[in-house]
Design a protein around this ligand. Structure first.
Ligand SMILES: [Zn+2]
Length: 200
């Protein structure tokens, strides 16, 4: 195997859920289909990466604009803010088609093993958004493991400290398995979890 191919396989092993064997299969397939799917993938990724930006409010992705489709949609209720760990949770909730509020994507979670610092979560911007929108409810849609619970409590403490009026905080209802990841929940479980959420 030449050096470039082995470097590409190593890069693929850095992606989620790919071990060396899967990475090798993918690279071998991409090389075989280099005038077909590989060419399409390369062009699509180049175009996407050149144009994609993060929403200046919620951190969702948007194309060639600073405000995402959700934040710029005046039919959405911007007084209800759903806090998610990453974009894949936002996609899962949007896919359930039941939630009509807006989001705040943390982009991480407090984790000892991954050495995440509270400063990485940009909570100050969340506080600004809560104040600007005059928000009435924060929905904690974080994974139901220890790190998710620690992060939720951290956010609640900061919000209570800086938001004089106070705000209702709710958690997704039971049905989310312990340690379960929101992006892997089936649509009906997620709809039930959102609609039956419990106010703290
Ligand atoms: Zn947005």
């Amino acid at each position: 195997m030449n050096k470039e191919i082995s470097q590409l396989i190593r890069l693929f092993t850095q992606l989620p859920a790919l071990n060396y064997r899967s990475a090798t299969r993918i690279v071998s397939y991409l090389l075989k289909k280099r005038t077909g799917i590989t060419k399409l993938l390369t062009n699509q990724m180049t175009d996407l990466m050149a144009n994609i930006k993060c929403c200046c409010y919620c951190n969702n992705y948007c194309n060639n604009t600073n405000v995402c489709e959700i934040c710029s949609n005046t039919n959405r209720d911007n007084k209800t803010i759903c806090i998610v760990e990453d974009i894949s949770s936002l996609w899962a909730i949007e896919n359930a088609q039941t939630y009509e509020g807006v989001y705040y994507v943390l982009g991480g979670i407090l984790s000892i093993s991954e050495d995440t610092d509270p400063d990485d979560l940009a909570i100050e911007r969340l506080i600004e958004i809560i104040k600007n929108n005059d928000a009435t409810e924060l929905i904690m849609a974080l994974n139901s493991n220890l790190e998710g619970k620690t992060t939720a409590q951290y956010i609640i403490n900061i919000v209570n400290k800086y938001h004089e009026k106070g705000i209702a905080v709710s958690f997704l209802a039971s049905g989310v398995p312990i340690g379960g990841e929101i992006e892997f929940l089936d649509k009906n479980t997620l709809i039930e979890a959102i609609n039956s959420r419990k106010i703290l």
